[in-house]
Design a protein around this ligand. Structure first.
Ligand SMILES: Nc1ncnc2c1ncn2[C@@H]1O[C@H](COP(=O)(O)OP(=O)(O)OP(=O)(O)O)[C@@H](O)[C@H]1O
Ligand SMILES: CC(C)(CO)[C@@H](O)C(=O)[O-]
Ligand code: BAL
Length: 557
């Protein structure tokens, strides 16, 4: 791992790294046979250049930062962590001087986490005066829309988000990452950065990572170091207040007033908590909400022992989403269809969406490798799914997408980044409505990270080979030895886990179902039961979360 402290060294390092070949395990299989997964995404879809992930931080790293680093590590070839206590975002009376600086400890944490390089320049290296407060800096700055900065933390931290937007823009220009990772804990910052990327056309995917908390519920934060032990215990009341509001929400409360009162009811016995604000806004626009229609962000800031802490909770009023991920051959699409049917939810047939786009490309006459033309076409396409039909641009293509011509080309099309980006966006729009079951490789980690129920459906390589051989014999196809099938499946798992587009990953909060000795009907029944447990418990008291990483095997059922 490199420690880079100057722009010249950073630029040299990145030029060097980007010229390197992608590691063999990330170049997919030698053959160019497009092997299409259930979700229609080819497992041999690899960009030629190495991809960079950036995790911007101010150091004093903790498990919250490490969760961003871990996700970035899995999704990128090159991982850069910036550590820069940014003078521009601290007010003149804030804790710029006091802010914890622990570079040696941070270095070790990053080294252990597999970070490739830390970028930790002194302020002057970035042309920033090393004193706090953005007002006095003579440099060009980035000013977010006042509607996004005037409320919540912006009310008491004048110039803060201008400082954040400016330094993040500089980091984006210097590092040019494909992905940048931010925590949901800083919800207002996250919304502003998403808007920055959209308005200034940065070709960067902003990945939002869930809040990592102490066992007490207190959100991890570098400033927690300022607190005494009793202070930390008291600070947990912020989360208790948010959960009280969430329970009110599950009980039908949708008004700002009602949710704020529920939050404040938890603070009455803690006069030492100096509440700065509790407010309900839209999580993307940050506009104040009097009532939650589909989604709301309940955000708070308070001082405990003179330490300013923030926290928030996103409240969604939509039917639940079931996300089923897992390796090829685990039976995800069959199970997903049956779960959707059993629960009366819509099966979001992501494979059919890729097939519909492929059909459209073939109809357009565009060359399959004309990625620019296809990007234009797909960005204007509108796909509609019903339980029994697939439409694209108001044409019913339910039968047409199953043709051999489409089937033989869907992998090449689904491997194109613009196609995947557009279809993930459309899938997420379906997700806004809720009430869907979707399956694939990164549904619970990337497409629907807030799905209410995440399942990781898997089976041993041996079992999947046995099932595949059984399918071949039923289809009257030439039999392949179990040993060969096992080798192919192991190779496929490895390639799927390492590919850059839609890598196979198990979400930390996914429930693993090992189906070696379970029938499709039994797996379906388990998922239906889990859904009903989760949804019913949510409706009753809102504190139902199934333990992370819980594995359910036959013996446990
Ligand atoms: N508990 C957490 N869970 C998830 N992400 C977090 C958490 N704490 C910080 N982050 C994220 O880490 C990134 C760097 O944040 P930063 O270095 O300011 O740490 P911090 O803990 O937020 O410090 P501070 O005490 O200044 O709030 C930000 O994107 C932030 O949202
Ligand atoms: C994003 C950031 C690193 C910019 O200084 C900072 O605001 C933070 O740590 O959240
Ligand atoms: N993540 C918090 C950044 C700040 O308070 O400046």
């Amino acid at each position: 791992m490199r420690l880079l402290t100057t722009v010249v060294a950073l630029r040299c390092y990145l030029e060097q790294q980007r010229l390197l070949e992608r590691k063999p395990e990330q170049q997919g299989r030698n053959d160019q046979f497009w092997d299409c997964g259930e979700d229609g995404v080819a497992s041999s879809s690899y960009p030629k250049h190495r991809e960079v992930g950036l995790v911007p931080t101010m150091g004093a790293l903790h498990a919250g930062h490490l969760s961003l680093i871990e996700q970035a590590r899995q999704e990128n070839d090159i991982l850069i962590v910036s550590i820069f206590v940014n003078p521009l975002q601290f007010g003149p009376t804030e804790d710029f001087q006091k802010y914890p600086r622990q570079l040696e400890r941070d270095w070790q944490l990053c080294e252990d986490a597999g970070v490739d390089a830390i970028f930790a320049p002194p302020p002057e290296e970035l042309g920033i005066p090393s004193r706090s407060s953005s007002e006095r800096s003579p440099m060009v700055q980035v000013i977010p829309p006042p509607e996004m900065t005037s409320g919540l933390c912006g009310r008491s931290r004048l110039g803060h988000f201008q400082g954040v937007a400016t330094i993040v823009t500089k980091l984006f220009n210097l590092i040019e990452p494909q992905r940048a990772y931010f925590g949901q804990k800083d919800a207002q910052q996250l919304a502003i950065i998403r808007r920055l990327v959209a308005d200034l056309n940065f070709p960067i995917e902003i990945v939002a990572c869930p809040i990592i908390r102490e066992a007490s519920g207190l959100a991890l934060s570098s400033r927690n170091q300022y607190l005494s032990l009793p202070g930390k215990q008291t600070a947990a009341v912020l989360y208790q207040g948010l959960r009280q509001a969430e329970q009110a929400f599950f009980g039908g409360e949708r008004s700002r007033l009602g949710l704020v009162e529920a939050f404040q009811s938890q603070l009455t016995e803690y006069p030492e908590v100096q509440l700065e604000y509790i407010d309900l806004v839209h999580p993307h626009t940050l506009m104040p909400l009097e009532q939650i229609e589909e989604i709301g962000l309940l955000a708070t800031a308070a001082r405990i022992e003179s330490t300013r802490l923030i926290d928030n909770l996103v409240l969604r009023d939509r039917a639940p989403i079931v996300a089923i991920d897992g390796p090829a051959g685990a039976g995800k699409s069959t199970v997903a269809r049956q779960v959707a049917r059993a629960l009366g939810l819509l099966y979001l047939d992501t494979g059919a969406m890729y097939r519909a786009v492929t059909w459209l490309v073939l109809q357009s006459g565009l060359a399959l490798d004309d990625e620019v033309g296809i990007a234009e076409l797909v960005s204007r396409a509108s796909i509609d799914l019903t339980p029994t039909e697939v439409w694209i641009n108001e044409q019913n293509v339910t039968q047409a997408i199953r043709s051999i011509e489409v089937t033989s080309r869907v992998s090449a099309i689904s491997a194109q980044r613009a196609v995947r980006r557009e279809l993930v966006k459309q899938q997420q729009q379906w997700g806004n409505k809720g009430g869907i079951v979707a399956e694939g490789r990164d549904i619970g980690t990337h497409v629907f990270p807030n799905a209410e129920l995440k399942i990781f459906l898997t089976a041993s390589v041996q079992e999947r080979a046995r099932r595949r051989q059984q399918d071949f014999s039923v289809q009257g196809e030439q039999s392949v030895s179990l040993q060969q099938l096992e080798r192919d499946i192991s190779e496929r798992d490895r390639a799927d886990s390492n590919r850059s587009i839609s890598p196979l990953r198990k979400a930390p909060d996914a429930i693993e179902i090992q189906s070696d000795r379970l029938s499709i009907a039994e797996v379906t029944e388990r998922i239906v039961n889990l859904y009903q447990q989760k949804v019913m418990t949510s409706a009753l008291n809102g504190n139902n979360y199934i333990q992370k990483g819980q594995t359910i095997a036959r013996s446990d059922l």
